[in-house]
Structure formats: structure tokens, C-alpha cells
Design a protein around this ligand. Sequence first.
Ligand SMILES: Cc1cc2nc3c(=O)[nH]c(=O)nc-3n(C[C@H](O)[C@H](O)[C@H](O)COP(=O)(O)OP(=O)(O)OC[C@H]3O[C@@H](n4cnc5c(N)ncnc54)[C@H](O)[C@@H]3O)c2cc1C
Length: 302
Amino acid sequence: MNLNIDLLQKKFGKSLIIKENLSKYNWFNLGGPADIFFRPENKDQLVKFLKEIRKNNYKIYILGAGSNTLIRDSGVKGVVIKLSSKFSDIRLLEKDTIEVGAAVLDRKVSDFAQNNDISSMEFLSCIPGSIGGAIIMNSGCYGSDISKILLSIKVIDENGNEKEIKNDEIKFYYRGTNLPKNYIILSAILKGTVSSKQLISEKQEELIQRKKESQPSQIKTAGSTFKNNNDKKAWMLIKESGCDKLSVGEAKISEKHCNFFVNNGKAKASDIEKLIHKVKKEVQAKTGVSLELEIKIIGNEK
Ligand SMILES: Cc1cc2nc3c(=O)[nH]c(=O)nc-3n(C[C@H](O)[C@H](O)[C@H](O)COP(=O)(O)OP(=O)(O)OC[C@H]3O[C@@H](n4cnc5c(N)ncnc54)[C@H](O)[C@@H]3O)c2cc1C
């Protein structure tokens, strides 16, 4: 590492942690440390930090709520940036339009919208991530996804330059976008439709109930492991291939939903990754379909 760590720590104080264990920042509860873990308090501090580390060609990874990410056991060589709660403001711009910080949790946005009589954001109450993660993943469920309510985003690139990007400048596809990897989303403007608190609340409840019935809860998982971008849903292909009962160490497959892979308590990230490879290989052999990973895997191989 070429950086003067002491100097960095002096400059960024408690926002910067060296060798921070990442297991507490993701839903699998797995993963080793990040060389440098940075939680900016505000945009200016983020810009200053990016300019500082730019000179050293570090690989930068952005972490949201970690609900779609598997972090390898040996951790992340480089920098992990996780926006602090200071990037979690939500404010009403117009009667159907809100501005939200990228670190705010989706369900909080859904609740804020409900409180302000804004519909079309009910689905966000079912997704456990942050708004930044939802945009990068084009997250959604039950026929909705974030691309349908997004007007624009504010991003910062690795050089610290800020820009606004409108929805029609972004290509959204199933669980992804064409946004460059080096963009850090700071905030977004979302537009819904005006409705009544009561109706919105009923819709939220209905969706949450549907989720509870079809998917497991209170487990260490990152949700759907593989994308549902084939004729058959990933869980069907996994079941048909006889993979739904496979396991590697303490890495298991949920009995309730076989596209949800689970850390049963003592799994290593490498167990989850091996299970992923095993299932992918088996499904390919039995059905001819090559499953595409939905979750993101980050960190060093060794
Ligand atoms: C129980 C469970 C249920 C789920 N159900 C659904 C569902 O119904 N529908 C669905 O679509 N997904 C679902 N997911 C997956 C996951 O919740 C979503 O993909 C979510 O939007 C990820 O957000 P996150 O903040 O946790 O992202 P992370 O996992 O932290 O990151 C995901 C990606 O987003 C990037 N990212 C995050 N924040 C930023 C930012 N500010 N700027 C730039 N890049 C950023 C990361 O670099 C990474 O590439 C589920 C997951 C779980 C655990």
C-alpha cells in the first residue's frame, strides 16, 4: 500500500477505518476486512477522499445495505466506500415527487411516500436494500421496478466530479443498468402518483404478505442468487435439476425458496460460492440453461 495511512487517518478521522471487518455490513454476515473502509460524512469529504486515493490507483467498491452482495473471506484489497446515514435524507419536492439520499433504505422511502399520499412506491417496502443499490440493480418485484419511478440521479465519479443523469439517459434492464462502475450515486428523484394513505397502506400490506408467503425471512441471505431472465424462473430450474437440497458445509439452500442461498450460521463465503458454482454447473448440465448471477461477489480470491 503506497498511501500514507497515518496521514489519511488524520485527514479523515473516524470516517476512515483500516482493516474493517465487512461481515457486519452484509446480509450474509460474511467476508473478511477491507484494506480501507470509508464512510463519508458529506459530499465534500467524499470528494476530498476520492482525490486523495486517486493517485494510488486503488480499486474502489461501493457498498449499500449489502443485501445483494457476497464478500469473500479474504476481504477486499482496496477501498470500500459506504455512504453514512448523512446521505439518508428524504424530502418532498412536489405532491408526487420526492428526493432521497442514496443510503436511505427502500422501505423508509416507501413509508415516507405512504405518509405523503404518494403511490407506486409500495414495492419498495419489500426490498431490504438502499436506494443506491436499488438503482444499480434496477430492483423490483410484483411488476414494479425502480426504473419506473426514477426521474434522475446525482452521481459522483472517481475523480470527484458531480453530475445529474436523467432516467432516459440510463439503460435499465432486468436487475441491472449500464451506469459506469465508477459512479457513486448520491441521491435520486422519484416520482409516483397521488393516492390515499389508506389505499397505499393496503397495497404495502398486500405485497409484504405475498413476500412472506413465498420467501423465507430472518435468514442470512442475499435474496435471489440467480436472475430470473429465462423462460423458466431460476428456482424452477434449480428444482428440476434436483439441486434444491444441495449444500456445501453450512451453506444451504432455503427450503422455502430454492433460489435463496443461506449462511446457516457457520458457513464461509467460500462455501456459498462453491454452492453457487455447483448449482450453476448442475443446472447447465441438466437443462442446458446457463444461470446468470444476480448477487454481486466481491473481494480477493485468496
Ligand atoms: C431477503 C431478501 C429479499 C430480496 N428481495 C428482492 C426483491 O424482491 N427484488 C429485488 O430486486 N431484489 C431483492 N433482493 C436483493 C437486494 O435487496 C436488492 O438488490 C437491493 O436493491 C440491493 O441494495 P443494497 O443497498 O443492499 O445493495 P448492495 O448489496 O450493497 O450493492 C448492490 C450493488 O449496488 C451497488 N451500490 C450500492 N449503493 C450504491 C451507490 N450509492 N452508488 C453506486 N453503487 C451502489 C454496489 O456497488 C453493488 O454493485 C432481496 C434481498 C434479500 C436479502
